[in-house]
Write a protein that binds this ligand. Structure first.
Ligand code: F6R
Length: 249
C-alpha cells in the first residue's frame, strides 16, 4: 500500500484527480471503476475542468460504478446514477453506452447480480478502481460481514451506513435499506485501486484498514492483500496512524 498524505479535502481531491487523469491520458480506453459519495466530488469537479480545458478525453473510457440503491430509479435525485450524471458524466464526453451501474429497479436480485457480474467480466479487468471508505470500513456497499463477498450481491445496509447517508435525504425513513454492490472480489481484480478518505470520521476505519487484521468485519482490510493500492487521505483521516507515516519519504 502506498499512502499519500494530504493537508485537507482539497489537496486530496487534486491528488486523486491527477491519478485518475494520468490513467485517462496514458490509456484512453481505460475501464474506470467509479464511486459516489462526498469523497470523490472534488476530484470529479477537477476532472470536468480538465476535460473543459481540453486536457482530458473520455470518449473511449468505460465506467463501471460500484453500487446503486435498490428501489431508486435512475432519475431519482438520490440514486447513484443521478449522482454520476450530475457530478461527472453529463459534463464530459463519455458515451452513455459506456456507462454502467447496477439497476436499482430490478427486483430479481439473482438476475441483476448475474447481469452486472457479466458486465464486469466482459469489460474488465478494471484498470483503476476508485473507492471511498465507509465509517465502518465498508468499500462499495460491502458492509462488515463474516466473509468477503466475491461478486455483485444485494446488501442490507447497516444502521451506521443508513445514518451516514441520511444527511442527503429529507428524512432517515427515506434512505433505502438495500443496495446492489460490486463484491470485494470484483474490486480486488482491478489492476490499481485508489482509496480516498477525508476527515476525522474516517480515522478509525482507516486505521483498521491499514493496521488492523485482514477481516471481513473491516471490508477495506482486504486491500492489504492487493499489490497495487494507493491511499490518498488527509491528515484528519490519517490522524490515528500519522505517527507511523513519515511524510518526508
Ligand atoms: C459509494 C460507495 C461507498 C462510499 C462510502 C464513503 O459509491 O461505494 O462505499 O464510498 O460510503 O462515502 P462518503 O464519500 O460519502 O463518505
Amino acid at each position: 500500500m502506498r499512502i499519500i498524505v494530504t493537508k485537507d479535502y482539497e489537496e486530496m481531491s487534486r491528488k486523486a484527480a491527477n491519478i485518475i487523469a494520468a490513467q485517462v491520458v496514458m490509456k484512453p480506453n481505460s475501464v474506470l471503476g467509479l464511486a459516489t459519495g462526498s469523497s470523490p466530488i472534488g476530484a470529479y469537479k477537477l476532472l470536468v475542468e480538465g476535460y473543459k480545458k481540453g486536457d482530458l478525453d473520455f470518449s473511449e473510457i468505460t465506467s463501471i460504478n460500484l453500487d446503486e440503491y435498490v428501489g431508486l430509479p435512475a432519475y431519482h435525485n438520490q440514486s447513484y446514477a443521478y449522482f454520476m450524471n450530475e457530478n461527472l458524466f453529463s459534463h464530459v464526453n463519455i458515451k452513455q453506452e459506456n456507462v454502467f451501474l447496477p439497476n436499482g429497479m430490478e427486483a430479481d436480485e439473482t438476475k441483476e447480480c448475474a447481469r452486472y457480474d457479466e458486465i464486469i467480466r466482459t469489460l474488465g479487468p478494471i484498470d483503476l478502481q476508485l473507492l471511498g471508505l465507509g465509517e465502518n470500513g465498508h468499500i462499495g456497499f460491502n458492509e462488515p460481514d463474516s466473509f468477503f463477498a466475491d461478486g455483485t450481491h444485494k446488501v442490507e445496509l447497516t444502521e451506521s451506513t443508513i445514518n451516514a447517508n441520511s444527511r442527503l435525504f429529507n428524512s432517515i425513513d427515506e434512505v433505502p435499506r438495500y443496495a446492489y454492490s460490486m463484491g470485494v472480489g470484483s474490486i480486488f481484480r482491478a489492476k490499481h485501486i485508489l482509496l480516498i478518505a477525508s476527515g476525522q470520521k474516517k480515522a478509525e476505519a482507516l486505521r483498521n484498514t491499514v493496521l488492523g487484521l485482514i477481516t471481513p468485519e473491516v471490508p477495506a482490510s482486504a486491500l492489504k492483500l492487493h499489490d497495487n493500492v494507493t491511499i490518498v487521505a488527509d491528515e484528519a483521516a490519517l490522524s490515528l496512524i500519522s505517527a507511523l507515516i513519515n511524510k518526508d519519504e
